[in-house]
Design a protein. Structure first.
Lengths: 93, 321, 94
């Protein structure tokens, strides 16, 4: 089993763990966290595919994709939390 | 015997990642879940370093663990009773989700096993690496982000801007924090200049070593968060028009360069090889500013005072400890 | 020559981390746990940094690692102080 396969399977496991928790939990904060864990699983799969053994240059394209994805995930988290705050404040009225 | 020992660190890392991930999503106490999530992010950063992705390791530590964690903690502060209410879904819904998970897991594992057991050559990667000397930088990830796939990075900056505009249009910022005591203020006084220096270094070094605009922007955003936490309500962000200009600088400069090149007959974002290094650095500098302003503003959680001309005095804002 | 010494330093550093983790799990209250964590972890990091610097053998890398250690020291001292202060304040309030 290569390193790529090991980390790709780990990424798949994290993806499924996060997905299951996103669907099962009811509080929004827990869902946001679970979604982030799921995203981390996807990133792991991508970077595992990009991995090469020492000596060969690493494939830079999936790594760039994941870097973009990371920034987008943080932005989406920020927006989700702002929406959540507004929802709570308006439902309290 | 030797074979087992070379696998041990990776098996350990993988087990810890899955264990932490499981603990994070299954924790009923939200504060604990967020703390575990931050630890998970840092461990993931180690995994990126292991998988020879140092740019990602830097970005994950700053953004995935640091800034995401800070955003979640700020959201937790708003609802102190979080985690007390816990409704479970009905049994049939839970079983359905479990069934879905298992139904996804088996084909996924089978696909990964059959596809990834042997390393496959990637002609795209070879082309990307062989064109590196013409790209203007020597860091392959920066070349992909700012040259080969510059259009994608432009759209990514648009996404960041759109998210921040969403946050800003939803409401006013969160309440500020009280003035920090001597310990925190002296720490901040030392850290913020150091973070600014580190950000400048990361921006510069991204051309030939791990680093770049996103890591630098995240470092500056971390400085902004620290300022905010120590009671500086402005959080180091500019005010009014200067803030809007900083936010739009990333997308704006990118578009300017692209359209300018198009007007000069080169094609949208087709850098002339002699100029690519300089153009990339220019775009990255504007992107750093934009990302720092956007993420700092996202941490504020809404419109700061002074966002619109004629905004009321911020002194009426409530403060919570 | 330097490598076995470096590995020894790294392992002793890891031992300190383990001690800190055990302290976190076994100590009865917040303040004792903070004490165990900050003291043991920072010393462990110092030894780790020393070992890694020896492995690389470059002065520049050693200086960067030293800076990392100093920053972690400052950060953990400040956050331990803040956590303890907050806990004290909260226990004073009804």
């Amino acid at each position: 089993m290569s390193l790529t396969l090991l980390y790709a399977l780990t990424g798949a496991a994290l993806f499924l763990l996060g997905l299951r928790a996103t669907l099962l939990r009811t509080e929004l904060l827990a869902r946001v966290v679970a979604l982030n864990v799921s995203g981390a699983g996807v990133f792991l799969m991508l970077v595992a595919i990009a991995y090469r053994e020492a000596g060969q240059p690493v494939d830079p394209i999936p790594q760039a994709l994941v870097l973009t994805g990371l920034v987008v995930a943080v932005s989406a988290t920020a927006l989700a939390l702002a929406l959540h705050r507004q929802l709570r404040e308006r439902s309290d009225d | 015997m030797n074979g087992v020992f070379t696998w041990l660190p990776d098996l350990l890392l993988v087990t810890m990642l899955i264990g932490l991930g499981w603990a994070t999503v299954s924790s009923t106490d939200l504060k604990r879940a967020v703390a575990l999530f931050i630890a998970f992010g840092l461990l993931l950063s180690v995994a990126w370093a292991r998988l020879r992705a140092p740019d990602l390791a830097l970005a994950e530590a700053a953004l995935g663990a640091g800034l995401s964690g800070a955003l979640l903690l700020a959201a937790l502060r708003d609802e102190p009773s979080a985690g007390d209410i816990r409704k479970d879904l009905p049994f049939w819904q839970r079983s359905l989700v479990d069934l879905l998970t298992v139904a996804l897991a088996l084909p996924l594992a089978w696909v990964l096993w059959s596809v990834l057991s042997e390393p496959a050559p990637s002609p795209l990667a070879e082309r990307a690496l062989s064109a590196l000397d013409r790209s203007g930088v020597s860091n392959p990830v920066t070349a992909v982000l700012l040259n080969y796939r510059a259009y994608d990075t432009l759209l990514e900056l648009v996404v960041v801007l759109a998210a921040v505009l969403g946050v800003v249009s939803l409401g006013r910022e969160r309440p500020g924090y009280r003035q920090a005591g001597p310990v925190l203020s002296s720490l901040v006084r030392w850290l913020v200049p150091l973070l600014i220096l580190a950000a400048g270094y990361l921006l510069w070094v991204g051309a030939h070593a791990p680093g770049g605009a996103f890591q630098a922007g995240a470092t500056l955003a971390a400085a902004s968060v620290m300022l905010r936490l120590s009671g500086a309500d402005r959080a180091g962000l500019p005010v009014g028009l200067a803030l809007r200009a900083s936010l739009s600088a990333g997308v704006g400069l990118f578009l300017l360069v692209g359209l300018g090149l198009m007007g000069a007959g080169q094609g949208f974002l087709h850098y002339p090889p002699a100029w690519s290094g300089g153009l990339i650095l220019l775009i990255e500098s504007a992107a750093t500013l934009a990302i720092a302003a956007a993420l700092g503003l996202a941490y504020l959680g809404g419109r700061p005072a002074g966002w619109e001309a004629g905004d009321p005095d911020p002194s009426h804002k409530e403060r919570r400890p | 020559m330097a490598e076995p010494l470096a590995l020894l330093l790294i392992f002793i550093g890891l031992g300190f981390y383990l001690a800190g983790a055990v302290g976190l799990l076994r100590f009865p209250d917040l303040h004792t746990r903070l004490h165990a964590l900050t003291k043991a972890d920072n010393l462990g990091l110092g030894l780790l940094v020393l070992g890694v610097a020896l492995l690389h053998g470059s002065l520049l890398i050693a200086l960067k690692l030293l800076l990392v250690w100093l920053l972690v020291l400052a950060g953990s001292a400040a956050s331990a102080h803040l956590i303890a202060q907050h806990a004290l304040r909260r226990s004073d309030e009804p």
